[in-house]
Design a binder for this molecule. Structure first.
Ligand SMILES: NC(=O)c1ccc[n+]([C@@H]2O[C@H](COP(=O)([O-])OP(=O)(O)OC[C@H]3O[C@@H](n4cnc5c(N)ncnc54)[C@H](OP(=O)(O)O)[C@@H]3O)[C@@H](O)[C@H]2O)c1
Length: 245
């Protein structure tokens, strides 16, 4: 697979699935924009990408909780000036929040999880849409969860934010189908051996879940430029693919 230096922005690139996906894409000759809130983690990924002889990435430090409209505009302007267009935007960053009944859920945590997992994705999509449209063919990817497809008790704002994210993705899929060249994807990575998985299931043996490097291959297959326009799709936890109608 050769991404021929196509430009791809990954949020939450500093760890877990985001890191593995960004590194795998870079190894396949994509040019990465690494968005995250911890610069040392992004710098470590930058070094790994360079060590692999891949195109030099750019680091975009941003805390999605509390990012302002000006922050998103600044990112879009910088990408526009340096590159002119964007091949793919991969929404991956998320916070787990609490796993308690709604009535015990801390309001401040609820608001933060909604901002990071859902609202930030709408702001970033809005800011970068003109650059996605400037590509001959481009991708908008939303990382969801089983509890985003069907809300689950005690998963609180995480479940609701992913459900909202899926609604947003479906809205755009319908709007974009005939009016743009943007393919929308909802991907549920399924159980993956990351920090978030450990937080959600502390009693589980981490070795029972696949590594993020395995899950990253699903993102790569979907974004493979050789496939061309595929239409809106959902990639399920078991890796199967269905159309979003
Ligand atoms: N692991 C699973 O089993 C599983 C299952 C279903 C869905 N998912 C989804 O997969 C995606 C990746 O999760 P993961 O499992 O790889 O967990 P992870 O390692 O905790 O990754 C989450 C990423 O989001 C970033 N993030 C969180 N809050 C942020 C903020 N305010 N601003 C900027 N970045 C922020 C984190 O940055 P920091 O490192 O700075 O915290 C981290 O890089 C998420 O959307 C998650 O919902 C995971």
């Amino acid at each position: 697979m050769d991404f021929d230096q196509r430009l791809i922005l990954v949020t939450g690139a500093g760890s877990g699935i985001g890191r593995a996906t960004a590194l795998a894409l870079a190894k396949a000759n994509a040019r990465l924009l690494l968005l995250g809130r911890h610069v040392p983690a992004l710098e470590s990924l930058f070094d790994d990408i360079i060590a692999n002889g891949a195109p030099e990435p750019s680091i975009l430090p941003l805390d999605l909780d509390g990012a302002s409209a000006a922050d998103y505009t600044q990112i879009a302007q910088a990408v526009e000036q340096q590159f002119g267009s964007l091949y793919a935007l991969v929404h991956n960053a998320a916070e787990l929040g609490e796993r308690v009944p709604f009535e015990h859920y801390l309001e401040a945590t609820w608001q933060r999880v909604m901002r990071v997992n859902f609202e930030a994705a709408t702001h970033l999509t809005r800011a970068l849409l003109p650059l996605l449209k400037a590509s001959d063919h481009s991708h908008l990817v939303f990382t969801s969860s089983s509890v985003g497809e069907t809300p689950r008790a005690y998963w609180g704002a995480y479940s609701v934010s992913k459900y909202a994210l899926e609604g947003f993705a479906k809205l755009l899929a319908e709007e974009f189908e005939k009016t743009t060249q943007i393919d929308v994807t909802i991907i549920n990575p399924g159980a993956t051996r990351t920090r978030m998985r450990q937080l959600a299931y502390p009693a589980e043996d981490p070795l029972d879940s696949p590594e993020p490097e395995q899950v990253a291959q699903r993102y790569l297959r979907r974004l493979n430029p050789e496939l061309g326009r595929q239409g809106a799709q959902r990639i399920h936890a078991d890796g199967s693919v269905t159309a979003i109608s």
